[in-house]
Design a protein around this ligand. Structure first.
Ligand code: SIN
Length: 287
């Protein structure tokens, strides 16, 4: 039994959780309850936390090994912690387009845990969109077609020399990836390993084309899906406060960091959770 209070925040996804201090070591029961809430609600939010980078790393590691971003340098003492900073002089922000974290890797991240350190006086919210809801809203015919397809993902648009989304600003450090990491193929429809729910797994930032299709053949259908997937009814919006935490499931959620606070500073810290080598199914609540 845990004392977590879980309150949904929107129809398609999202829940706010009260009753846990993430800075403290958590019992296995609490971690299991948080994990169940994550996979059920797809993105979960916590308020009024006070996390050092060490504590954020310790919490993240309870869900899987932490990823070290190949293109954005982490903190010197904590390479798993990415500082997402927009300085008042920066024009662009990090994550300012719909995407799913790390889909450009061979083994994409399962979750991301973002902690708000410093926020603008207004703006800087993050949008989330349920790709499970997006899949379920398609016709059975298109669902069936998409279930037979794979798609090619790559970081080439976001992180190539000259177009690097961190390099365009002075506020984030570029990691020297050891050679450019190539293209990886993932199913267009992912069956969630813990819930069995199906979700679309293509995104405008990192998906280049369908496997076996030319880019120009893929574009009309991908454009249709990208438009469909961001329909307002599949989304929720999180207004950050210092100390807020969002934890999202990259297997079924897109997110978008709004860049609507020119001249102000925003500072977040992210850890990104990779899958365990052999993924364990989450136990049902009654177990
Ligand atoms: C990201 O992880 O894409 C950034 C999200 C945000 O800063 O709100």
């Amino acid at each position: 039994m845990t004392d977590l209070k879980i309150r949904r925040v929107a129809g398609a996804l999202g829940a706010e959780i009260e009753g846990v201090d993430l800075a403290r070591p958590q019992s296995d029961e609490t971690i299991a309850a948080i994990r169940r809430a994550l996979v059920e609600h797809q993105v979960i939010f916590f308020r009024d936390q006070d996390l050092t980078p060490e504590q954020q790393v310790a919490f993240g590691r309870r869900f899987g090994p932490l990823n070290i971003h190949p293109y954005v340098a982490g903190m010197a003492e904590h390479p798993e912690v990415m500082e997402i900073i927009k300085e008042p002089s920066d024009k662009t922000n990090f994550g300012g387009g719909w995407h799913s974290d790390m889909s450009f890797l061979e083994t994409p991240a399962i979750g991301s845990i973002l902690y708000a350190v410093e926020l603008p006086d207004w703006g800087g919210d993050t949008l989330f969109a349920s790709q499970a809801a997006a899949f379920e809203a398609l016709s059975p015919g298109l669902q069936k077609t998409l279930e037979g397809l794979n798609a090619v993902h790559s970081a080439s648009r976001e992180y190539s020399a000259g177009g690097h989304s961190a390099q365009k600003r002075g506020s984030m450090k570029v990691a020297e990836a050891d050679g450019y990491i190539g293209e990886f193929v993932h199913p267009v429809v992912l069956t969630h390993p813990e819930t069995g729910r199906k979700a679309l797994y293509v995104n405008p930032a990192f998906t280049l084309r369908f496997e076996g299709w030319k880019a120009r053949e893929s574009k009309p259908l991908l454009d249709y899906l990208f438009e469909h997937c961001r329909y307002e009814g599949f989304t929720c919006r999180f207004a950050w406060r210092p100390g807020s935490v969002a934890f999202w499931d990259n297997r079924s959620v897109w997110h978008f960091a709004l860049n609507d606070y020119p001249g102000q500073r925003r500072h977040m810290r992210r850890v990104t959770v990779d899958p365990w080598p052999a993924q364990a199914r989450v136990p049902a609540a009654a177990e």
